[in-house]
Write a protein that binds this ligand. Structure first.
Ligand code: PEP
Length: 249
């Protein structure tokens, strides 16, 4: 039985004092959950958040990383640097990074490899645009992204990788995929993984849904057979709302 993993993506929001206030309010609200709870925070909040979640069940993630360990890459932060301060997770290939910062399937693959070799757990985002959905090519787009993201990644590593299926048209728009559509696409991702690594590996991989998840739709989505929790943007910025998503049952 796969566990549910619920991760907040704060994007470029929250100053350190706001992050600390958030954790103070949020931690008691989620302390009894069986679900894995992750907060993916801006770089400037990481150290404060890591100190502040000590003694709680909350894990901390970053939202991006560079694939090289060090070097002349002004403004970048490496997986090795994230690991050195105790970060556990890192979002890779979020659609906003693909769209605004020219990330490609190739850079996503390099980042995943580097994250894994530095002992970080990547949350790998894939998703189709509205045009692609309307053209009926969602399955091709998603399975191609998964295939390229996982190029030269071993079966053994799949236990440390989370995949987040995030239809781009549903991110930050208030539009959510229907639970049936989200489940169907996630099943297709699982089938792709089964084809590449075998059914056992596929059955164990955590695949989240992301795109306008809120407390009012979390339960119906997360109770679907193949949806193993969510990656949550806007609704993860409010402790009360995000705790209701984590405690969706
Ligand atoms: C996200 O940022 O990954 C996301 C899913 O955002 P939202 O929940 O706001 O749609």
């Amino acid at each position: 039985m796969r566990k549910k993993v619920i991760a907040g993506n704060w994007k470029m929001n929250m100053l350190p004092n706001e992050a600390i206030d958030f954790i103070d309010q949020f931690a008691p609200l989620v302390k009894n959950t069986e679900n894995e709870v992750i907060l993916c925070v801006p770089y400037t909040d990481l150290f404060y958040a890591l100190l502040h979640v000590q003694g709680t069940n909350i894990k901390i993630g970053a939202q991006n990383m560079h694939w090289e360990e060090s070097g002349a890459y002004t403004g970048e932060v490496s997986g090795k640097m994230l690991k050195s301060i105790g970060v556990e997770y890192v979002i890779i290939g979020h659609s906003e990074r693909r769209q605004y910062f020219a990330e490609t399937d190739e850079t996503v693959n390099k980042k995943i490899k580097s994250a894994l070799s530095n002992g970080l757990k990547p949350i790998v985002c894939v998703g189709e645009t509205l045009e692609q959905r309307e053209q009926g090519i969602t399955k091709n787009i998603i399975t191609d992204q998964v295939e390229k993201a996982l190029e030269e990644i071993s079966a053994e590593s799949l236990k440390d990788i989370i995949i987040a299926y995030e239809p781009i048209w549903a991110i930050g728009t208030g539009k959510t995929a229907t639970k049936e559509d989200a489940n169907e696409t996630i099943k297709q991702i699982r089938e792709k993984i089964a084809e590449k690594y075998g059914q056992n590996v596929a059955d164990g991989v955590i695949i989240q849904y992301g795109g306008s998840v809120k407390s009012s739709n979390a339960k119906e989505l997360f109770e679907m057979s193949d949806i193993d929790g969510g990656l949550v943007g806007g609704a993860s910025l409010k402790p009360d709302e995000f705790s209701k998503i984590v405690n969706y049952k």
